[in-house]
Design a protein around this ligand. Sequence first.
Ligand code: IFL
Length: 473
Amino acid sequence: MRIDRRTMLAGAAALGGATAAAAAARARDTDWSAVAEDVKAQMAWAWDLYRQHAWGKDEIKPVSGTFSSFPLKTRHLGLSLIEALDTLWVMGLDSRFAAGVGWVKQHFDADVDGEVSVFETSIRLLGGLLSAHHACGDPVLLAKARDLADRLLPAFATPTGMPYRFVNLKTGAVREPVTSPADIATYLPEWGMLSRLTGDPRYATVARKALVAVFARRSKIDLVATKIDVLTGEWRDRRATVGSYCDSFFEYLWDSWQLFGDAECKRMYEVCTAAILEHQQVWKDGSLWFADVDFETGAVVATEQDELASFYGGLLGQGGAMKQGAAYTESWAKVQARFGVLPEGYDYATAMPTQRTNALRPELADAAFTLWLIDRDPRWRRIGLAHFDAMKRWNKARYGYTDLADVTATPKRQADHCPGYWWSEQMKYYYLLFADTPRFDYRRNYLSTEGNVLLGFRQPAEEGRTRKSEGRE
Ligand code: IFL
């Protein structure tokens, strides 16, 4: 796609030409540990404001200084606080971590008569409790994680083993059998870890059954679509995508191999990936994209890309398709350079945003960090730095970091919401990408789809030991 001069100028203006040049120069000669300190300072600043204005609430509204609830409609479960915990710990913000753990031990109670998304509650709250437990070993955190999983379990009691989309935390009442591969199959790392830690195999069993059930219903050309009925097992839509509704299904096939050595999951991942590369891969003017296609015929049905799909380059790299993983991440990095902050939707055929909002998303930073773990190529740090710099420039508000209403406006227009994942994801990806911290094992680790670290934390004593032995090597 050729970008015409007007679009290029608009893009440069949106980013601020001088800022782009300054960012590039900064990236060439960067003191990465100073950038990591800046990330940590931003985290501490935002946490302290959350503590003053929204302590124990789910999500702060960073422009107005108020708050909103999620995943329950009217009650708060401390979502942002729980999502932040392992990020605080890995940054060494220990007193803030301790205060957060103290809140969870005293106040977190999932015994609420209200309906939640099984998927969101699992990746965010259950994952957050497990990663905090991994950081400090407190058994109360594990007990709370287990209680929460027990409340989600009724959703999995279906003829296919694929869970309903919603469950009531108190009554176990379920709702909405038509759901997506991501909603159905993004459990095994957290639930398998819960089984390992508690000795109760039920969690791993239901999570794995759901994952396999989606794979078993793939089309003859090995693609899955975005909607399926968990009661009948019939597809309710024909669109195959690497974006929203399917993304973390692919991710958790690979992750279950990475975390547990589950060879069958690796095989399933390889089958799905081969089909995606065969039917969805589109090269356009040197950039790689993944078209949405009909899951049975492979015919292209849409050229729009979800920002959410920008994580996928990292996953491809992990699975061994480094050429495509790097190229896809670079494609998104070019869109970021053009708009400063990624729009929620982008059409590679028209090279225009299809949605102008930005939900303060972490995916490009996720891919950059994942690829950097693989090959330590400095370009991933540069992409992460551009993401961080742009966030500081455009998303920073009076009471924290906010989403954007329009990334194409000059200046960009802020909305008023800091999603819980911000605390768990990009702040941790930036920090780990820039810091080289002894609290994290850069060779053997596992981060969930929500950025929760379930493997790879090193305790301070261990840090010291490893540092010494690394020094001797
Ligand atoms: O909850 C987050 C997680 O990364 C996910 N989907 C979208 C969110 C972040 O954009 O799986």
